[in-house]
Design a protein around this ligand. Sequence first.
Ligand SMILES: C[S@@+](CC[C@H](N)C(=O)[O-])C[C@H]1O[C@@H](n2cnc3c(N)ncnc32)[C@H](O)[C@@H]1O
Length: 249
Amino acid sequence: MRSSDLDRSIVETAYARWAPIYDAVCGPVMVNGRRAAARAAREIGGRILEVGVGTGLSFDDYDFTTEITGIDLSAPMLAKAREKMASGRYPYVRDVQLMDAHRMSFADATFDCVVAQFVITLVANPEQVLSECHRVVKPGGRIILVNHLYSEKGVAVAVERWAARRIRALGLRPEFPFARLQAWAQANKDANLVARRKVAPFGIYTLVCFERAVPSVAYDHDPEKWGPVFRTDHAQNRQPRHRAVTGIG
Ligand SMILES: C[S@@+](CC[C@H](N)C(=O)[O-])C[C@H]1O[C@@H](n2cnc3c(N)ncnc32)[C@H](O)[C@@H]1O
């Protein structure tokens, strides 16, 4: 954990306060980012895990092509999500659970897709949470993040750093750099960065997508019987993909 990372007690206290007003305040402000992430998740479909599901504002963005499981650290936020489930409008939402994203109780490779909307920048240890997301997503599945990420150039950097010190107690964190997400992927040989793009219309939020690589065939191969194996060299493949997706503002 770095000194700038939020610890668990700040997050729990902050979101207990946010819960009664969260939908009214954060619903409209973050709607474009939330919808972009859910749209990307729907393209994959199947079993979707929403990490930091909060009050369940994203439930409207899914449909019967998906089965949603949500986890969150905040009981008051989850209580709001459960109220939405009780309305009967979201039969495709299977379950929401009180769970810390740093230590999930799901088995490896449980989900087709893991989504974290406005979460990764405020967990205590983002790299550990990414590794947990990677563990519970199936090979070939995706991790989709949406957040406001650090402006890596211009006066916005100084403004965001100044603001960050003042609003951390609200459970918010605007100064998180994209480079930290990229470094996590580069350190994990099975994680490919497959998309990084600003979300329209204003480009305030960034959508980042990682794919868990499908392992190469692991069996006792007899080349005389079956012919040569054409292995995918992950390290060589990864670089061009990184370059292709990171040249965005
Ligand atoms: C800004 S809210 C986003 C909620 C929802 N994803 C949305 O888009 O409206 C962040 C949520 O992440 C949750 N959270 C923070 N740290 C967490 C952790 N370690 N494990 C699970 N949830 C966490 C908070 O309790 C809060 O509900």
